[in-house]
Design a protein around this ligand. Structure first.
Ligand code: BGC
Length: 740
C-alpha cells in the first residue's frame, strides 16, 4: 500500500473505533497541535465573543465562550499561598470554610535560600494547592528588583540582584505550571515602590532597564515558559505599564516572543485605545464595583469590553488586535482550564507544611553570632541545658504574620508562631513579654497606641529580662500599612513601634540577647554592637515558628544568604543618595538616578560599606576556600568558555551548607560598570572535614553590558576579574582573565 492510502486507512479505522472523535471539533481535541486548536476556536467565534474574553466577569475570573464549551479562567493571589475565596463582586471574603491554605515563606525567604531546588519545591507545592482550589492562574511570583528598603512590597519579591532572581524564579514557574496552573509573573515592570504606585512615571536609562530591571522577567518567559504576566500599576516613560508600547508590545511580545497573556494589575487599565494597541490581553479589577448598584460602571463598561468592541466595529483599531488577544487567551485556557490531563492537586497537606518549614529553614540568615563577653563561645545555637529561664520578648513572637500586607494575605490552616516553636523545643523554660504593640488595623502606627500602654509593656519586658538567663527578641516589621505592606511605603528606615528604645533598655539589664528580626526589608540597627547574635528571619508562613526554633537550637544549621544589602543608614542606599526625584519622585515622575548601581553594585562601586552585604550569611560551622583555578585565562571568541574550580572544606564540627558565589568585574572599562556582578552560585552541603570542588563556567555573555548606542548587549575586549567568595564582600579567591 502507498503511504497516503495507509494514512487514510488508519484515519478511517480510528473513526470507526472512536466515532465521537471524528465529530469532535479540532479545538476540543487535545491531541492536536495547540496552535491549530487556537486557530480553529478563533474561526468559530463572533467578534463579541472574542471581546468578552478580554475582561473580567467577576473580581477574579474572566468569562469563556459558553456556546463553544470554552471555559472561564479563575485566578487567585499569590504569591505565597492560595488566597482565601473572594466574593464574586467585592473584595470581601466569600466565607468559605474549606479554603484555609498552607502559607509558604515569603519570596524574600525563597531568594535567601539561594537554592533552585527550594524554588522547585515551592512551585510544585503551591501549584498543587492552586490546582486543588480550581485556580487556573496564580498571581505570582513577583520579581521586581529591590531598589529601596522602603518599598512596602519587597517581601513579595526576590531581592536586589537580577541574576539571583532569574535563577530562582525559573523552577518556581516550571514546577507550578506542571499542575496546569499558569504563573502570572508580576509586576511588569518597574513597580519598585508602593507610594503613588498607580501613576508614578518612572524614568531610567536603557542600561538600568535591560541590565537590572528586566532580566528576571525575561528569564521567566524564556527559561520558565511563563504563560502569563501581570502589568504593573505605574507608568514607564509616560505610558501606563499595563498598556505600554515599549514594555509589552516591543520588548515582551516582539523581542522576547512571549506567546502568553498580559493581565492587568487590578485596576491597572486606563485607556481603551492604548489597551487595544499596546499589548494588554485581559483587563481585571477596573474600579471595584462591577455589577453592584454602587456604580454605573459594570464589567461590560471595562476599557476592553464595550468601548473596545465599538472601536473595533468603527474601524478605529485594527481587527488584528482582537485576534491576537483572543488567540493568547485561548492558548492560556487550553493550557490550564481545558487541560484534561492536569493533576488534581492537593491542599494544606503535611507534605506542603514540610516544604514550608524546609524553605523557612534554608532561607533564614545568621547575620551575626558572637559571645556576649569575649571569653565565652557564641550565643547560638542555644543549648537549652545551659539556661533555666529564657525570656522571649516582642510582638512578632505571637502575632499572625500571614495576615496583613495586602493581596498576599492568607487564611491558613495552621500557623506556628515563633513563641510556640520555641516552646516546643525549650518547654516551660520559656517565658514571654510582649514588650511593644502595634495594633492590627491597616492604618495603625505607634502614635495611635497610648503611651501608658507602651510604657507598661516595656517596663514589664525589662523587669522580666533582668530575671532571665537569656533573652530572645522577636521583633522587626509587620504587615501593617507603611510597614511591609502593599499600597504604601515605609516612612522610616528604623524599627517602628518604639522597638529601638525597648531593645536598648532590655540590653541594659541583660546582654545575653539573641535577636530574631522578622521583616521583608533591611532595617537600621543602632544597637548592632551590643547585640551578640542576630538572625534575619522573614515572613515564614505556616511553619515559621518551627523553622526559627530549629535554627536557634542548632537542629538545623543556618545556610541562608542575604538577597539584598543592609545599608548602615538610608542615604547609603543608591536610590536615596540623590534628591527626592530619585526617591520617591514628585508624585508625578521619578528618575532612577543611581542608574545601574543598585544594591551591592552601589556599595561596591562607591566604596560605601554595607552593614550586612548582599550574599552574607553565617553558619554554625566554618568553611575554608582553597585557591581557585581556571582551565585557561583567555576567552578567545563567542563560543569559548573558561572553567573555574575552587575547593571548599568544612573546617568545623557540624554539617553545614555554604553558598559559593562567583562575581565578575571588568578591570578598566570605557563605560560605567559596577566593580563586580553576580554571575553564578552553588549551594553545597559538607560534612565536618569534607571538601568539595565547586566549578563555574564563564562565558562571554557573563561579561556583557547593554550598549545604549548599539541598543544591544556587548562585551568589550579587555581584562576581567573573577571573584569567588562567601558573600559580595567576603571574597576568598580571585582570578584574572582576558577577553580577546
Ligand atoms: C496587586 C496584585 C494582586 C491584585 C489582585 C493588586 O492590588 O497589586 O499584586 O495580584 O491586586 O489581588
Amino acid at each position: 500500500m502507498k503511504k497516503q492510502t495507509l494514512i487514510l486507512f488508519a484515519l478511517a479505522v480510528c473513526c470507526m473505533v472512536n466515532p465521537a472523535r471524528a465529530q469532535q471539533p479540532v479545538y476540543l481535541d487535545e491531541s492536536r497541535d495547540l496552535e491549530e486548536r487556537v486557530q480553529d476556536a478563533l474561526s468559530r467565534m463572533t467578534l463579541e465573543e472574542k471581546v468578552k474574553l478580554c475582561h473580567a466577569q467577576s473580581k477574579f475570573s474572566s468569562g469563556g465562550v459558553p456556546r463553544l464549551g470554552i471555559t472561564e479562567l479563575w485566578m487567585s493571589d499569590g504569591p505565597h499561598g492560595v488566597r482565601e475565596e473572594i466574593q464574586w463582586n467585592s473584595w470581601g471574603n466569600a466565607g468559605w470554610t474549606n479554603d484555609s491554605c498552607t502559607a509558604f515563606p515569603a519570596l524574600t525567604c525563597l531568594a535567601a535560600t539561594w537554592d533552585p531546588e527550594m524554588s522547585a519545591l515551592y512551585g510544585r507545592a503551591i501549584g498543587e494547592e492552586a490546582r486543588y482550589r480550581r485556580k487556573d492562574v496564580l498571581l505570582g511570583p513577583g520579581v521586581n528588583i529591590y531598589r529601596t528598603p522602603l518599598n512596602g512590597r519587597n517581601f513579595e519579591y526576590m531581592g536586589e540582584d537580577p541574576h539571583l532572581a532569574s535563577v530562582l524564579v525559573v523552577p518556581y514557574i516550571q514546577e507550578m505550571q506542571k499542575n496546569g496552573v499558569a504563573a502570572c509573573v508580576k509586576h511588569y515592570a518597574l513597580n519598585n515602590q508602593e507610594l503613588w504606585r498607580g501613576h508614578i512615571d518612572v524614568e531610567l536609562s536603557d542600561r538600568a532597564l535591560y541590565e537590572i530591571y528586566l532580566p528576571a522577567f525575561k528569564a521567566s518567559v524564556h527559561e520558565g515558559g511563563a504563560w502569563s504576566i501581570m502589568g504593573a500599576y505605574n507608568k514607564v516613560r509616560g505610558q501606563h505599564a499595563c498598556h505600554n508600547e515599549l514594555l509589552l508590545q516591543k520588548i515582551l511580545k516582539q523581542d522576547w516572543g512571549f506567546d502568553g497573556c498580559v493581565i492587568t494589575d487590578w485596576g491597572g487599565a486606563h485607556d481603551t485605545r492604548e489597551a487595544a494597541l499596546y499589548g494588554l490581553d485581559i483587563e481585571m479589577g477596573s474600579y471595584t464595583n462591577g455589577l453592584t448598584s454602587e456604580s454605573e460602571f459594570n464589567y461590560d463598561d471595562y476599557y476592553l469590553a464595550r468601548p473596545y468592541l465599538d472601536m473595533l466595529k468603527n474601524g478605529e483599531v485594527p481587527l488584528s488586535t482582537i485576534d491576537d488577544k483572543a488567540s493568547r487567551i485561548l492558548r492560556l485556557i487550553f493550557r490550564t482550564a481545558m487541560n484534561s490531563q492536569r493533576p488534581w492537586g492537593s491542599f494544606a497537606t503535611e507534605e506542603h507544611a514540610e516544604v514550608a518549614r524546609r524553605i523557612g529553614e534554608e532561607g533564614t540568615v545568621l547575620l551575626k553570632n558572637a559571645a556576649p563577653d569575649k571569653k565565652t563561645s557564641p550565643l547560638l545555637p542555644i543549648d537549652g541545658s545551659k539556661y533555666d529561664r529564657i525570656l522571649v520578648v516582642g510582638e512578632n513572637a505571637t502575632r499572625s504574620l500571614t495576615q496583613g500586607g495586602g493581596s498576599s494575605e492568607l487564611k491558613v490552616k495552621e500557623e506556628i508562631s515563633p513563641l510556640a516553636g520555641l516552646q516546643a523545643v525549650y518547654g516551660d523554660k520559656i517565658v514571654y513579654a510582649k514588650g511593644y504593640m502595634s495594633g492590627r488595623s491597616m492604618y495603625s502606627n505607634i502614635e495611635e497606641i497610648p503611651a501608658s500602654v507602651m510604657d507598661s509593656l516595656r517596663a514589664d519586658a525589662v523587669a522580666q529580662a533582668r530575671e532571665a538567663d537569656l533573652v530572645i527578641y522577636v521583633g522587626g516589621l509587620n504587615k501593617n500599612h507603611q510597614q511591609d505592606c502593599e499600597a504604601g511605603d515605609r516612612i522610616t528606615y528604623g524599627l517602628p513601634f518604639g522597638q529601638n528604645e525597648l531593645i536598648e533598655e532590655v540590653l541594659q539589664v541583660n546582654k545575653n540577647m539573641v535577636m530574631v528580626l522578622i521583616s521583608g526589608n533591611a532595617v537600621e540597627m543602632p544597637w548592632i554592637k551590643k547585640v551578640p547574635a542576630i538572625v534575619q528571619s522573614w515572613y515564614l508562613g505556616s511553619q515559621g515558628g518551627h523553622s526559627i526554633a530549629n535554627i536557634l537550637s542548632g537542629e538545623v544549621n543556618p545556610s541562608g544568604k542575604l538577597p539584598f544589602s543592609f545599608p548602615v543608614k538610608l542615604s547609603d542606599n543608591g536610590a536615596h543618595a540623590f534628591d527626592y526625584m530619585s526617591y520617591p519622585g514628585d508624585s508625578i515622575r521619578q528618575i532612577y538616578k543611581e542608574d545601574i548601581l543598585v544594591g551591592y553594585r552601589w556599595h561596591d562601586t562607591k566604596k560605601i560599606p554595607a552593614l550586612f552585604p548582599f550574599g552574607h550569611g553565617l553558619s554554625y560551622t566554618t568553611f575554608a576556600y582553597g585557591k581557585s583555578q581556571a582551565d585557561k585565562v583567555t576567552l578567545a571568541g563567542a563560543d569559548d568558555r573558561i572553567v573555574v574550580t575552587v575547593p571548599v572544606r568544612n573546617t568545623g564540627n557540624v554539617t553545614g551548607k555554604e553558598v559559593v558565589q562567583l562575581y565578575i568585574g571588568e578591570e578598566k572599562s570605557a563605560v560605567l560598570r559596577p566593580v563586580k556582578e553576580l554571575k553564578g552560585f552553588h549551594k553545597i552541603e559538607l560534612q565536618p572535614g569534607e571538601e568539595k570542588v565547586v566549578s563555574f563556567t564563564i562565558e562571554p555573555e557573563d561579561l556583557m553590558y547593554f550598549d545604549e548606542d548599539l541598543h544591544d548587549w556587548k562585551a568589550d575586549p579587555g581584562k576581567f576579574k573573577a571573584y569567588i567568595g562567601s558573600s559580595s564582600t567576603d571574597i576568598r579567591s580571585t582570578l584574572s582573565f582576558v577577553l580577546q
